[in-house]
Design a protein around this ligand. Structure first.
Ligand code: T4K
Length: 376
């Protein structure tokens, strides 16, 4: 490779449209605090997902914190360990203990069969994460929660533009949280949003993102500054206009990878259900140590040497990161599948900046090291 290829290189919509929006913002001198761009962004997302309320937030981590607070989470909350550390940190930051649940190896999502045994008298909720944009088993999770008096929300950071049983992600649980970080399918530079069909919850979360202000000089809740600014909303609006093109580029790349990696022993590309809407934002390989002559780490190192900055998301799992490694030293005993999958996964670059040629080169690098190793 001439230049480094990254996982998470931002997808960009039309530059002129974005700059026109930025000029409008400057002309208006309205830069933040629930401005017109933010309102328009929220409306567009609501229309797109078919959800009643969208509350734009400065990033998904703050959005999860606000959502947890609005839902009254306290004590313990069950979530997968196989997620970006932000999901766990958002709880711990508020003094709530994240209780890590194992994953289902077929989906990489929280395994509903393993949730009930983790419920204690201190449990108040469940957070499912739609990892790689593949939806959680929302019906089963909803049943458990209803039976055990728990509240459910989803971290949908990966899943903008995806569906479960044909229904848009963003409409499940009591609320869902999206990330619009630079590396995400649709980005706002930094950004997030909470989506919900519950009027009261939406109202509460709107107030919480603005310090709890209900009027000039009147605060009715504990709140934080979770506001999205106008330039971030302008970026989001511009990128939403390019959404179909971005999905098409991702899908094309996904299919090209599938073809190019077909014959590699012990390497499989995770599938997406063709009956659902998918954003194809993640090209995820699983390396089977019984079948592949190279270890996952050897493959990642070989790619890095050739300037392909592949990633091992979400290795080693939240439970093996601080502070959880110290506060929950035995958590791994309940997480055999998480440990197995976290040691097998490689995420490859995709998006608008990755070409068919780039994909062929990546496949060649992998083939070369595997062939070399299999000769020993
Ligand atoms: N829940 C889940 C399930 C998540 O995946 C995330 C975020 C969150 C919650 C929290 O959402 P936010 O609060 O961030 O809205 C990256 C992202 O920073 C993070 O947003 C994302 N998940 C996670 C999966 O990936 P890192 O630590 O791997 O980031 P970093 O700096 O290594 O960037 C990734 C790659 O992207 C780099 O190799 C280069 C490329 N890149 C990055 C940026 C920012 C660019 O090419 N241009 C850029 O502007 O976490």
């Amino acid at each position: 490779m001439k230049e480094k290829l990254f996982v998470g290189r931002p997808n960009l919509g039309n530059r002129k449209s974005f700059l026109r929006r930025v000029n409008d913002i400057l002309d208006r001198r309205w830069l933040s605090n629930d401005g017109p761009m933010v309102k328009e962004f929220e409306q567009r997302v609501a229309d797109l997902l078919g959800v009643r309320h969208v509350v734009a937030i400065c990033n998904a981590t703050a959005a999860i914190e606000i959502a947890c607070h609005a839902l009254g989470f306290k004590g313990e909350v069950i979530l997968p360990s196989y997620t970006f550390i932000a999901t766990a940190h958002a709880l711990q930051w508020q003094g709530i203990k994240p209780v890590f649940c194992d994953l289902d190896p077929k989906t990489h999502n929280i395994d509903p069969d393993k949730i009930e045994s983790l419920i204690s008298p201190r449990t108040t909720g469940i957070i499912g994460v739609h990892v790689w944009g593949r939806g959680c088993e929302t019906e089963l999770i909803g049943d458990i929660a209803a039976r055990r008096g728990l509240r459910v929300m989803y971290d949908a950071s990966h899943a903008f533009g995806c569906s479960i049983g044909g229904q848009n992600i963003g409409t499940f649980g009591e609320c869902e949280v999206f990330s619009f970080h630079a590396t995400k399918f649709i980005n706002c530079f930094e950004g997030g949003a909470i989506t919900t069909n519950h009027d009261g919850l939406a109202e509460k979360m709107r107030l919480m993102r603005n310090f709890g202000f209900v009027d000039y000089d009147k605060v009715i809740y504990l709140g934080i500054n979770g506001k999205m600014n106008e330039v971030c909303a302008a970026m989001g609006l511009t990128n939403l206009e390019a959404m179909d093109k971005i999905v098409a580029a991702n899908r094309k790349n996904y299919l090209a990878y599938r073809e190019a990696l077909r014959t590699l022993p012990g390497i499989s590309l995770i599938p997406y259900n063709q009956k659902e809407k998918n954003n194809y934002q993640y090209v995820v390989l699983e390396v089977d140590p019984q079948q592949c002559p190279c270890s996952r780490d050897e493959l990642v190192e070989a790619l890095h040497r050739e300037k392909v900055i592949a990633r091992k998301y979400f290795w080693p799992g939240c439970h093996r990161m601080e502070p959880y490694r110290t506060t929950q030293p035995r958590a791994d005993k309940n997480l055999p599948e998480t440990e197995r999958i976290a040691a097998r996964v490689i995420v490859l670059p995709t998006g608008q900046t990755v070409s068919r040629h780039g994909i062929r080169v990546i496949a060649k690098i992998l083939k070369k090291i595997i062939n070399k190793k299999s000769k020993f």
